[in-house]
Write a protein that binds this ligand. Structure first.
Ligand code: NAP
Length: 284
């Protein structure tokens, strides 16, 4: 590929970043369509968020994705927040035009689209969220905004669960212990693991999954590497319907790509193209 000043430049920034599948996924879309575009991974230390954002604008990038630990910091760094970033209070997507940075969020719509594809209803659902980090915070707001009947946040550190649930209609916070896990799971329609437990490269995993013994919920893990975490394996053995983090990753990525480039994609077609490619890539 020969690049020019017209080439659409995009990136994903985070720390760590080596594990990110985004460059592969965006690269596959660019290559498939022959777009004059590039998408690169950049490792950006936690205290360098603003420096990277300014550099991306200076270098003429049309946008970038952000992952851990930058999603919350960007809220105060970008020039403006769009409706989504403002509603979910997390920025995973920054669109740049004429040096102006607009923060957006496609994580929430990415998961909602993935759930829609599986025909999992959110309106009226009792949702159980495990974890209270950056993604969980956005999802609590997202589920509440979409009319979930309740959103219970269970976290190792109760103060963080409280901070995430505070002021959100239908949301409440609990410490992540055996009793609360079991009791909440038994009444849940949808369970979402928003912790990195069981992820490749992470030493820790759930030590006791028996809280899944007495639930009929649809079980989702945001982790996609490994393809099936012990959490999802256990749920599947109990006969529960499950989904890993790949559908969300692809859906949020395609939404971001459109925001960066203003190109319109057939999202269904691109999803069907990327899903097997990404799956194959992970088993390399
Ligand atoms: P984060 O801000 O670092 O939050 C991590 C959460 O996990 C915190 O609530 C933390 O609890 C909890 N946790 C970590 N280790 C734990 C342990 N040993 N036991 C119990 N709880 C533990 O991370 P994030 O940005 O929200 O991301 C969460 C996960 O979602 C990651 O695995 C990430 O890769 C994944 N993700 C997937 C997608 C996708 O498209 N599929 C998109 C975004 C993120 P404390 O508060 O007590 O520390």
């Amino acid at each position: 590929m020969i690049y020019s000043t017209k080439t659409l430049k995009m990136a994903v920034m985070g720390d760590p970043i080596d594990h990110s599948l985004s460059p592969f996924m965006h690269g596959a879309v660019i290559e498939k369509h022959g777009f004059d575009a590039l998408y690169i991974p950049v490792r950006v230390a936690p205290d360098e968020t603003a420096r990277f954002a300014g550099s991306a604008a200076f270098l003429g990038f049309c946008g970038f994705n952000a992952t851990m630990p930058h999603k919350l910091r960007l809220l105060d760094i970008v020039d403006e927040l769009d409706e989504k970033a403002s509603a979910y209070q997390s920025v995973n997507t920054v669109r740049i035009r004429d040096g102006k940075l607009t923060g957006s969020n496609t994580d929430v719509d990415g998961l909602m689209t993935a759930l829609d594809r599986r025909e999992v209803p959110v309106r009226g659902a009792d949702v159980m969220i495990i974890g209270a980090g950056g993604v969980a915070g956005a999802l609590v707001r997202g589920f509440s905004a979409r009319g979930a009947s309740s959103v219970k946040v269970l976290n190792r550190t109760l103060s963080k669960a409280r901070a995430v649930a505070e002021g959100i209609p239908g949301a409440s916070a609990l410490v992540m212990d055996k009793e609360n896990l079991s009791e909440t799971a038994s009444g849940a329609d949808l369970i979402v693991n928003c912790t990195p437990l069981g992820m490749a490269g992470v030493q820790e995993d759930f030590t006791d999954l028996s809280f899944l013994d007495d639930t009929k919920a649809f079980v989702t893990d945001l982790v996609y590497n490994p393809w099936q975490t012990s959490f999802l394996k256990y749920a599947e053995k109990r006969g529960l319907e499950t989904m890993n983090g790949m559908p969300m990753l692809i859906c949020q990525g395609l939404l971001s790509f459109q925001l960066f480039t203003d190109l319109r994609l057939d999202l269904q077609e691109e999803y069907d193209y990327l899903y097997p490619l990404c799956r194959e890539r992970l088993s390399l």
